[in-house]
Design a protein around this ligand. Structure first.
Ligand code: GLY
Length: 341
C-alpha cells in the first residue's frame, strides 16, 4: 500500500507493507551513493544488520544510546561528524531506523548537513509509524525544552513495516495506538469506530488497517498545513495537558500514556469525555490523571513553560466537540488545570 504525500517538490510516498524494510534499499540506493543509517541502542541489531546488508558497501551505521535525553546537540554533532569524516556530499543520504527520537534527530542531521541532504525514514515503533515519521518535523531538544531547535524537512520516502512491531512490548503498542485513536477522534470517525467496536489489542491483524487510516488522516492534515500555521495544530489534541504531565512526571510515563491522560479533559461534554475514556481504556490506557499527578503545581509550571503554544498568557489547545468535530481554543494554564478535575 502506498500513500502519497503531495507537497509540491517535497512530495513523497509512504510505503506500508510487511517486509518494507527489505524493499527500502532499492529506492534509497543510487550509484556510488553513501548512506548513514542512524539508529539507537533500543532498536534490535538484527534490523540494522538486515538494512545494512541490503544497502551494500556505501552504508555506514551510527548508533547512539536510547532515550529522549540523547536527542541533543552532542548526538547530532556525532552524526554530522561521522558523515563529514566519511566524505559525505550533497548527493548522499541519511536513513532513520528507529522510533521518534531517532527520526527527529536523523531528520535534523539530514536537514542541516551541507544545508540539507536526502532523508529516508524506517520507523520501528508503532508511535513513530502512525505519527512522527510523517509530516517532516525534525528537531533536537535544548535545555530541557523538547524540539526547540529543528526544521521542517520532508523525507524522500517512508517505509513502514508492521512486521517490525513483533518485538515491541505491549505497553509500546498501547503507546502508539493512542496517537492513532487521537487521529480518529478528531478527523476520522470510521477509524474511531474501529477502536470503539473492536478489542484492538486482541486483534493484531487490525494494526495494519489502523496504521493506514491514521497516516491517511494525518497526511490529509499535513497537505493542507505543512508548517502548522493552523489546521495542523489539531494533531496536538490531548497534547497540551499531556506534554505538561509528561514533563512533570519525569520518565515514568510514555508519551501516549500522557496524551491519554490529556484527552478526556479536552472533550466538550461529559458524555463525550466518558466515551473517549472508555475507548482509551480498551487499548490499555489509563485516563485517571489524579493517580499520576502528585502536585498540580508542577503541571501548572510545565504548562506555563510551554513556549511553543503560549501567547499572551493563553495556551492554544484543541477542544473535541464530537467525534470528527473540534475547535481551537485559547485557555490560561489555570483554566487547563481546572479541566483535570
Ligand atoms: N506529531 C504532530 C505533528 O506532526 O504535527
Amino acid at each position: 500500500m502506498i500513500i502519497p504525500v503531495r507537497l509540491g517538490e517535497a512530495s513523497y510516498d509512504i510505503e506500508i507493507s510487511r517486509g518494507a524494510i527489505d524493499l527500502a534499499a532499492e529506492k534509497i540506493m543510487k550509484k556510488d551513493r553513501k548512506v548513514c543509517v542512524v539508529t539507537d541502542s533500543g532498536v534490535p541489531t538484527e534490523y540494522a544488520e538486515r538494512l545494512l546488508a541490503s544497502l551494500g558497501n556505501g552504508a555506514i551505521l551510527q548508533v547512539f544510546p536510547q532515550g529522549e535525553a540523547n536527542k541533543n546537540f552532542d548526538t547530532l554533532q556525532g552524526v554530522l561528524r561521522t558523515m563529514l569524516e566519511a566524505g559525505f556530499t550533497r548527493s548522499d543520504a541519511v536513513v532513520a531506523l528507529g522510533g521518534g527520537v531517532v527520526g527527529d534527530l536523523a531528520g535534523f542531521a539530514a536537514a542541516t548537513y551541507m544545508r540539507g541532504i536526502d532523508f529516508y525514514n524506517i520507523p520501528t515503533t508503532l508511535l513513530s509509524q502512525v505519527d512522527s515519521s510523517v509530516g517532516g518535523k525534525t528537531a533536537v531538544d535544548l535545555d530541557g525544552y523538547k524540539n526547540m531547535i529543528g526544521a521542517f524537512w520532508q523525507p524522500r520516502a517512508v517505509f513502514i513495516d508492521p512486521d517490525l512491531l513483533a518485538t515491541l512490548p505491549s505497553r509500546q503498542i498501547s503507546n502508539g495506538l493512542c496517537e492513532a485513536l487521537k487521529m480518529g477522534a478528531t478527523s476520522d470517525p470510521e477509524l474511531f469506530e474501529l477502536f470503539e467496536s473492536n478489542d484492538v489489542l486482541a486483534k493484531p491483524d487490525l494494526i495494519e488497517e489502523i496504521i493506514i487510516k491514521a497516516i491517511t488522516a494525518k497526511r490529509d492534515v499535513v497537505e493542507i498545513d505543512e508548517r502548522e500555521g493552523g489546521l495542523r495544530k489539531v494533531l496536538n489534541f490531548g497534547h497540551t495537558l499531556g506534554h505538561a504531565i509528561e514533563s512533570s512526571c519525569g520518565l515514568s510515563l510514555l508519551h501516549g500514556e500522557c496524551v491519554a491522560l490529556g484527552i478526556p479533559p479536552m472533550c466538550e461534554s461529559a458524555e463525550l469525555k466518558e466515551r473517549l475514556a472508555k475507548t482509551l481504556g480498551n487499548i490499555g490506557l489509563d485516563t485517571d490523571a489524579a493517580k499520576y499527578i502528585s502536585d498540580k503545581n508542577t503541571v501548572l509550571e510545565a504548562l506555563t513553560h510551554d513556549k511553543k503554544s503560549a501567547s499572551g498568557g493563553k495556551i492554544s489547545a484543541v477542544l473535541l466537540k464530537d467525534i470528527g468535530s473540534f475547535e481551537f481554543v485559547k485557555l490560561t494554564p489555570e483554566e487547563l488545570i481546572e479541566r483535570l478535575d
